[in-house]
Design a binder for this molecule. Structure first.
Ligand SMILES: NC(=O)c1ccc[n+]([C@@H]2O[C@H](COP(=O)([O-])OP(=O)(O)OC[C@H]3O[C@@H](n4cnc5c(N)ncnc54)[C@H](OP(=O)(O)O)[C@@H]3O)[C@@H](O)[C@H]2O)c1
Length: 282
């Protein structure tokens, strides 16, 4: 269990490098999935207001019997709440739905540069309040491009602790990752196995055969060795277990290079582009 390394963030807090994501888990299934993940050994859960299952994440953590402080919890501000007053209300609701007095990490889910007159700066200033009052131990962003991060650097006080972005072998997203490395912003890689889309790639299946691991374990290990934080989602207990067992082997540099060479740049992106994403729930 203790094999999962901690990453130290720019505010001094630490985050387990491997966690459990709950995107697209039905609320009815979420508490049980979270309890099972914790039983396996996961100590980091990634949810969001948008996923509609914060309440059940809280229930699952309480049902595990662990202390709140033993589980790292991330949630995210939904796209409809970027106005600072809405953000304040939404953060209160996130905490009350989770049933906790704080989250370990709170993120702006998307920058939405085409909405709110392009103003994600005042949203970030509200996030700084949540950090300063202690209810968000760390604050960060998600799906921010370099120009969005540069704008925060120029106009606000706190450097985001993390940037949660799409990263997997078909979409390495290295320019944004490198900006993060240079500015003390940890990268969290979402859809780390591209929702299963990279698992049948012959390069990956060949490495998996060579090292005696599953394709998913190989891809997750590739992320870990690149230094990113990952939280694969699964509702299948055997996959949840396998995805957790990635600290008893290593990929050599040629395996790492072969997997990195699968990058298709923008053609490999599976989710929305952050510059144009403008979906706001009604
Ligand atoms: N910030 C953002 O905008 C954003 C966007 C997307 C995701 N995320 C976060 O990132 C987390 C992970 O991303 P994701 O859920 O999109 O995708 P993912 O973790 O890359 O893949 C999940 C999919 O792969 C399957 N799977 C999991 N482990 C497997 C294994 N060992 N072998 C074969 N198939 C396996 C799962 O199926 P089963 O469940 O049926 O087993 C599920 O369909 C999310 O849960 C969420 O927390 C954030």
């Amino acid at each position: 269990m203790s094999d999962v390394p901690n990453i130290t963030l720019n505010d001094g807090n630490t985050i387990p490098q491997l966690g459990f994501g709950v995107f697209q888990i039905d609320p009815e299934e979420t508490a049980e999935a979270v309890t099972e993940a914790i039983r396996i050994g996961y100590r980091h859960i990634d949810t969001a207001e948008m996923y509609g299952n914060e309440r059940e994440v809280g229930e699952g953590i309480r049902a595990s019997g662990l202390d709140r402080g033993d589980v790292y919890v991330t949630s995210k501000l939904n796209n409809s709440f970027h106005d600072p007053d809405d953000a304040r209300r939404a953060f209160d609701t996130t905490l009350s739905d989770l049933g906790f007095d704080h989250v370990d990490l709170f993120l702006i889910h998307w920058p939405l540069p085409t909405l709110y007159d392009g103003d994600f700066v005042s949203t970030w200033k509200a996030m700084e309040e949540f950090h300063n009052d202690g209810r968000a131990r760390s604050v960060g962003v998600s799906n921010f491009q370099i120009e969005h991060l540069e704008r925060l650097a120029a106009e606000t006080d706190i450097v985001p602790a993390v940037n949660q972005i799409e990263v997997h072998p078909y979409f390495a997203n290295d320019a944004v990752r490198e900006y993060g490395q240079e500015h003390g912003i940890a990268t969290e890689a979402w859809s780390p196995i591209a929702q299963g889309g990279v698992l049948e790639d012959s390069t990956i299946t060949q490495v998996a055969e060579k090292v005696g691991k599953t394709p998913a374990q190989v891809v997750l290990r590739w992320h870990i060795q690149r230094g990113d934080i990952v939280f694969p989602k699964s509702v299948t207990p055997s996959r949840m277990q396998g995805n957790f067992e990635i600290f008893d082997f290593e990929l050599d540099s040629s395996d790492m290079d072969d997997i990195s060479a699968l990058d298709k740049d923008e053609d490999g992106r599976t989710g929305p582009h952050p510059d144009t994403m403008d979906k706001v729930p009604s």
